[in-house]
Design a protein around this ligand. Sequence first.
Ligand SMILES: [Zn+2]
Length: 449
Amino acid sequence: MILLALGVMIFARAGVAQEARPAAGAPDARIVVVRAQWLIDGTADKPRHNMEVVIRGERIAEVRPANSQALPAAAHVIDLGAATLLPGLIDAHTHIFLQGEDPAAGGYDVQLLKYPASYRAARAVVSARRALEQGFTSIRDVETEGAGYGDVGIKRAINEGIIPGPRMWVSTLSISSTGGYPLEGYAPEITVPKGSQLIDGPVEARKAAREQLDKGADWIKVYMTHRSWVDAQGALISQPTLTVEELRAIVDETHGWGKKVACHAYNGPGLQRALDGGCDSIEHGLEITDAQIAQMLKQGTWYVPTLQVYYTDWDPADTDAGKRDRKRVAVHGVSFGKALHAGVKIAFGTDVGGFKWSEPIAQEFSREVEFGMTPMQAIQSATSRAAELLGKRGELGVVAPGAYADLIAVPGDPLADVSVLKTVQFVMKDGVVFKSLTSELSSMSERAP
Ligand SMILES: [Zn+2]
């Protein structure tokens, strides 16, 4: 692929407007054709040259060589010129209710102690919009960090077209055990809010899962490790939280509802319990042994590594926290490389919210490549692979007939430099243009549907 700038693009924001969604059930004969010099479809090994995507309503009808067939008179053509067209991206590990709070500004705790729920919801609306602006048309949001069931309402508002945002899979409160989640460090006489629903025993564990599923959780998020530190021998140690019996109760209940369990697990006994208890996805997985990789392969467990977030906000090197911060990244890249090589299913996730939503979510792609993925594998981890994790194979993360018309475009060649995915210039979700930095697209999105 030749690295070319998008000739027709101008940096105007006029195209950022949402067209009205057709009424539910109404026939939608609107035909849009999107053309670009290059297409990366999310599953094929190689890009295709000069293709066009024919969209009817919210779905892709056809993918074919550009100008190969006459178009109906009513068709609207969007020509993206030298751009590379891709499926809408998927971030499988986000927190729209976190804002990468500066520790000096109160960090995590201030959000639970001082911010009204409405203030946090307002900021979450902006986070959701930021995801879509950056080309992430789907996210799995893995808990609200003390903001209750706020994610259920944000998801509904997006689905009803009230606010712009990605498709969301939400996990509401999350589950950990007593002593297994902040807020911490306050006087023992004071009851402070917790960022997770804390349980003890299989009965409470199952009840928490039932409550969260009843109130709208699409996934259940469980914390299987909590604090971590470096011991005298230089090893990374992580405090385990739930027992295998507690986790099994959650997994059994959740699978009964046809839903899945995402487990935060760094390493050690907590990670082992996560695997023995039947977690569907391991989040972070900083240090995974060869035996654990073999167990993940056998059980079909997903790995959502979130590499980049551990490179931010390190404490000084001579402090305990600073040693831990450096040890985490030292083992993480190695685990990622081993899991990749062994064929573990890997989906793209970033923990955005742990860092600010104003930073590029796509910076994770460069870390995936640094630790062994080809650029195409990295792209597929955020498209077809992540769609498979979400149970949406063939419908999301792919540019193919029958899939939702979630498309993005970037200037240049992401296979030569994955960092161009940080500069998404065109975003379509459900066949509706959300963002376009081209003059031709501005006129399209201003057009009445
Ligand atoms: Zn997270």
